[in-house]
Design a protein around this ligand. Structure first.
Ligand code: CA
Length: 232
């Protein structure tokens, strides 16, 4: 029997925290709810939840701080809860490695579907008896979809789930140009209101991680006025 994924919800508004707990439990997840950032850090130092739903505005240690702390240690997926006015923080959160975000007020159903999608992306490979996928190799860059590992000049590079998906999609279709809406559809897979600048932020982060010179990209090229393509 498989254990249900454990979701940590960090949210200081009790009503939101409770409704979130209820819906996630109903969807079959185990849920731990914490109301402040310090407690969350303490918890994360000893437990390894499968995903963290993280409010950005928290008393004491805020969500960005927790994201930074967690990313320095693990690839645990993070979904941020943000208020509409917190757009700058949202972008920062992405830059620090959050996987997705939901804007308050949100429908609990919407959050559950995001949780499911992120878990599917991050846990979907490796354990099932499916045929191994081909490892992609280019001039100094190796992308292994089976282990979701990336190497640049024989050095492992830590990518978030979303960064990996984006890179893998582009690299599987060398020289094909994708615009930002297509990338949102194919990589984020939701038709919700996700700011297309999300793609820009992820591309920038990806370049910083894999490009020998991020200011003169070798692999992920910008096609001005259109989008992005992968140069093999
Ligand atoms: Ca809050």
């Amino acid at each position: 029997m498989t254990t249900q994924p454990l979701i940590l919800v960090v949210e200081d508004e009790p009503s939101i925290a409770e409704v979130t707990r209820l819906y996630l439990q109903r969807a079959g997840y185990r849920v731990e709810v914490l109301g402040d950032g310090a407690a969350a850090l303490e918890y994360l130092a000893r437990e390894s939840p499968d995903l963290v739903v993280l409010d950005l505005m928290l008393p004491g240690v805020d969500g960005l701080e927790i994201t930074r702390w967690l990313r320095a240690r693990s690839e645990t997926p993070i979904i941020m809860l943000t208020a509409r006015r917190e757009e700058t923080d949202r972008v920062l959160g992405f830059e620090m490695g959050a996987d997705d975000y939901v804007v308050k007020p949100f429908s609990p159903r919407e959050l559950v579907s995001r949780v499911r999608a992120v878990l599917r992306r991050t846990q979907g490979t490796g354990s099932s008896p499916v045929q191994a996928q081909r490892v992609l190799e280019f001039d100094g860059l190796v992308i292994d979809p089976n282990t979701r590992q990336v190497q640049v000049r024989e050095e492992d590079v830590a990518l978030t789930a979303r960064e990996f998906d984006l890179l893998y999609l582009l690299a599987r279709h060398p020289r094909q140009v994708f615009n930002r809406d297509q990338l949102l559809d194919l990589v984020w897979g939701v038709n919700e209101f996700i700011d297309p600048s999300t793609v820009t932020v992820h591309v920038r982060r990806l370049r910083e991680k894999i490009e020998p010179d991020p200011s003169k990209p070798r692999y992920i090229l910008t096609v001005w006025g259109v989008g992005y393509k992968f140069e093999p």
